[in-house]
Structures are given as C-alpha cells and as structure tokens.
Unconditional design. Structure first.
Length: 356
C-alpha cells in the first residue's frame, strides 16, 4: 500500500508549493524576503522600521461562503475574503498588518482550485500591504467530502508602543464615520444560503438584486480590505477607535470598542445599503433587528474620531478610495442604558425590499 492509494498525494502538494511561490514572492515587503518552503516563516521587525513594537495577531476563516464558491465553481475571490477577515481585525487595534499565513484543508487536493484560492490570498495580501510568508495544505480523505475544502488565515501586525487603539480619550461628542461595504462580505452566509434554497434559486442565474450578474458571482463579491485607508487616517491623527462590522453586525461590534460610560447613537438614514440587503430582508422576511445582528447592512468599518478632525479625516478616507458616511456620535451612557441606539433602523433598506 501507499499514501497515495490512501488518498494523499505528496507530489501534488509539492507541485502546488512550486506553483504558488511566485504568488507569495509578489507580496514581499520590508521585513519579509524569504521564500516559501521552510519550516516556518520569518519576519524582521527592525527591517520593517519598528523601534518598540507591540505585536497584534488575528485568525479567522471564510465560513460557509465557501459553499457558494463550490456551487458557483469560482474560487478566485475567497482568498481575498480570508485575508480581509484577519487584517481588518488588526487595523481596528491600530496595527499595520505585516505578514499572513494560510491553512487549507481538503479531502483531495485539486491543484487548479488550490492555486485559485492562493492567488486570491496573494491578492488580498497585496491590497493589505502584508507578506504571504507561509501556509499549510492538508489532504484529509474521508474527512471532507468531494470538492469540499476549508480555509483559515493567520495575520500578525504591529504598532509602536502607545499607538494601539482604542485610545483612552474617547468622549461624548466624538463623531462616527462609517465606511461602505462591498456587499455581504463573509458573515451571515448560512442564512443567505437558506434564503437562496428556500427561493429555489440557481447560483448560475441572474441575481434578483443585480440582474447583470449571476447570483453566485454577485454573492462572492469579496470582503473589502480597509487597511490602507484606515492606516492613512490613523497616521493623520484624530482617530480614537475603529470597529470591524462582522458577525453580530453593527449592534454588537461597535459597542465592543466603547468604554462603559459611553454609548453610540447612530442614524440609520445616514447611509444607503447595497441592493443585496434589501433583497435579503424581503426574500427572507427578516426584521431590522435580525438584519442588523447578522449582516453589515452596508457599513463594514466604523471610525470614532475627534469631532474637530471629522471632516478632514473623511477627506483622507475618500482620497484613499473609501465611501464615507457620518453616521452619528458618542454620548454619555447610564449604566442601565443600551450601548448603541440605532434611530430609523429600517432606513438602509426601505424602498428596496423584494421577495423576488
């Protein structure tokens, strides 16, 4: 007997490593110049320009969005999602993403699929300015079904000591700037898939909310990476805190960065939602509370900023390519009061609900 007969092809794995080396090399940055293939990835903090750094680490996955990729037969964007879910969590603490490692597990390695996935990871790293310095591909026959795979990502960033966020000077009156999302991103897909299934929709057919695109491709729009824009804003001064709006939505993620004596008051009319959210609300019969706890609803990053700097910081973010909405402010909070109040919670998808 042989390992290959048991379902694991070491030669295929080695060939994949060789195929993705140029992708990883394209993400090289100061501090990370080593090639893939060692037992561990290396990074030189001094070469990256840090004097007294604090390291920040994050890990995440893509979730059941991978099932949409499988159904649509498209695997070139989920790698971007994987990077985004990790590096967006680093930037909210004021840390610059430095390097990234990935883990891909599958029942049987399909080299073309794996290369597409890693190409997306490399693209995500390029967008975030971090280096892809290593990873692992595991064949696990009998554990994963045919065509199935799972992804996990690991990112490490750094900030100079004293530069971590949230800062200690958050106060009532600080303004909230919301950055537009590119769609559903990578949360809530178990509910999305349930709605698609209950509606009897085909991922290859036109999307009800985007008739010029197949449903699968529209839902696979990758998670937006906010690193470069948020780094520019942080370096400009006046950013006190950030919140990445992922699982739990705006109602649970924004309060995570606030002290107990402050609450956020948000105006739901301050930003438009992408049509996909109106469709999900209508097709799934989802109330506002469910929408706001499950999806980003059109905003996937929120900055808490000094009110005197709000306008100039919004300009910095727009210059970096973001769509910015001033969505509210912080206010004093009594112990029994909620940490976030969303006024007009139906506003982001009013008028666009559809049960099609």
């Amino acid at each position: 007997m042989s390992y290959r007969e048991a379902g694991v092809d070491i030669d295929a794995g080695n060939a994949l490593v060789q195929a993705i080396k140029p992708l990883a090399k394209a993400t090289a940055r100061p501090g990370a110049e080593a090639e893939l293939g060692g037992f561990g990835g290396l990074f030189d903090l001094k070469a990256a320009g840090y004097r007294d750094p604090i390291l920040v680490a994050a890990t995440d996955g893509v979730g059941t969005k991978l099932e949409v990729a499988k159904a649509a037969g498209r695997h070139d964007t989920v790698g971007i999602d994987l990077v985004a879910m990790c590096v967006n969590d680093l930037i909210v603490q004021g840390a610059e993403p430095l390097f990234f490692l990935d883990y891909m597990a599958t029942g049987r390695l399909e080299p073309a699929v794996a290369r597409d996935v890693v190409a997306g990871i490399a693209e995500g790293c390029a967008q975030a300015g971090c280096a892809l310095i290593g990873g692992e591909t595991a064949e696990m026959p009998g554990f994963y079904g045919a065509g199935c795979y799972d992804l996990a990502g690991f990112a490490v960033g750094a900030a100079e000591r004293g530069g971590l966020l949230p800062s200690a000077d958050l106060t009532a009156g600080d303004r909230l700037l919301g950055l537009a999302s590119d769609g559903v991103h990578s949360n809530g897909f178990s509910l999305v898939r349930r709605i698609v299934e209950d509606r009897g929709l085909d991922y290859a057919a036109a999307a009800p909310f985007a008739p010029d695109r197949p449903l699968g491709a529209a839902l696979l729009t990758p998670t937006r990476i906010y690193v470069r824009a948020c780094l520019a804003a942080i370096r400009a001064g006046g950013v006190k805190a950030l919140a990445h709006i992922t699982g739990g939505g705006l109602t649970e993620n924004l309060p995570r960065v606030l002290p107990p004596d402050l609450a956020a008051r948000v105006d739901g009319r301050a930003w438009p939602a992408a049509p996909v959210f109106g469709w999900l609300a209508g097709a799934g019969g989802l109330p506002s509370e469910e929408m706001l706890r499950t999806f980003n609803c059109g905003l996937a990053m929120v900055l808490v900023v000094d009110p005197a700097r709000a306008e100039s910081l919004a300009a910095v973010l727009r210059e970096a390519g973001e769509t910015v909405h001033e969505i509210g402010a912080l206010e004093a909070r009594d112990a029994a009061a909620p940490a976030i109040v969303i006024e007009h919670p139906d506003a982001p998808w009013q008028g666009s609900k559809s049960a099609s």
